[in-house]
Write a protein that binds this ligand. Structure first.
Ligand code: MN
Length: 269
């Protein structure tokens, strides 16, 4: 399915991995060629490990630049819209996923819990990460997606609100989700799931084990995974960086990145 947005932006949604008897659908958005290495690794990991999940990839050109609105906010606002539309057309429950993630275990188990929508929580300053969201096919869940978009769109046009929300919650989708949850201005049954298991981010990378279903390749890990050096990064290098990188290397379409942990140890002392 190809669809066009505002005359300029084109998005193409393809069921790239249709598994027989799938019980849920994973949805990922890939923005432009610069994002392909990450999203290809993501796709490979879904094909390998999401035994009961089919995959819909949406390949989109980034939305037009709007004066006064940072590209990242515009991209993420558009991504949320593509996510919502994917939920509306899916015959199955959906896992909305950032495509800078890797699926390490099948995700069906998350749907054993009762919820309309489930999101992932983490320790530290930013209490949630909106890069993995589970959505059942209920009216309340679909309404939640519309409400989430509405809050996001309000933030986008109100610069003052946006600045205060973003400084607390880095990322417009995330800030909007937190705001919607805080105001309880929705009717959905919403369940928190642990990031350590369902969306492992920097705060929980060191807890990675056989129960971890999703690894989020963000921040420092992404920098190194894509070939960046560790020399400038004095802080926050996880002890198990080698393990995280070897996972990345299994799915990287470019065949993996050398581990630089030793080089880092030398450079930093
Ligand atoms: Mn991400």
């Amino acid at each position: 399915m190809v669809y066009q947005e505002k005359g300029e932006t084109v998005a193409e949604a393809i069921l790239t991995d249709s598994k027989q008897g799938a019980t849920y659908r994973i949805v990922g958005v890939s923005f432009g060629i610069a994002w392909r290495r990450l999203s290809s690794a993501f796709e490979s990991s879904v094909k390998a490990n999401a035994t009961h999940g089919e995959l819909e990839m949406i390949y989109a050109s980034p939305p037009p630049v709007v004066p006064g609105i940072a590209r990242t906010y515009a991209n993420n606002t558009y991504k949320l819209r593509l996510w919502a539309e994917a939920v509306y057309r899916s015959p199955l429950p959906v896992v909305l996923m950032d495509t800078d993630t890797l699926v390490l275990r099948d995700l069906r188990r998350a749907f054993r819990e009762e919820f309309d929508v489930a999101y992932t929580t983490r320790p530290g300053e930013l209490p949630i990460n909106a890069g993995v969201v589970f959505v059942n096919q209920t009216d309340a869940a679909r309404q939640f997606m519309a409400d989430w978009q509405a809050v996001n769109d309000q933030l986008l046009v109100d610069v003052h609100q946006l600045v205060s929300a973003i400084s607390e919650h880095a990322g417009i989708n995330q800030a909007a989700l937190l705001r919607l949850l805080a105001t309880r201005d929705h009717i959905a049954s919403v369940k928190p799931l642990a990031c350590s298991e369902w969306n492992s981010c920097d705060q929980t990378w060191e807890q990675l084990d056989e129960n971890t279903a999703v690894l989020h390749v963000k921040g420092l890990l992404r920098h190194v995974a894509l070939g960046g050096g560790l020399d400038l990064l004095a802080h926050g290098v996880p002890d198990n960086l080698d393990d995280l990188l070897s996972i990345w290397n299994q799915y990287d379409p470019q065949g993996g990145t050398a581990c630089r942990r030793e080089a880092y140890a030398v450079a930093s002392h």
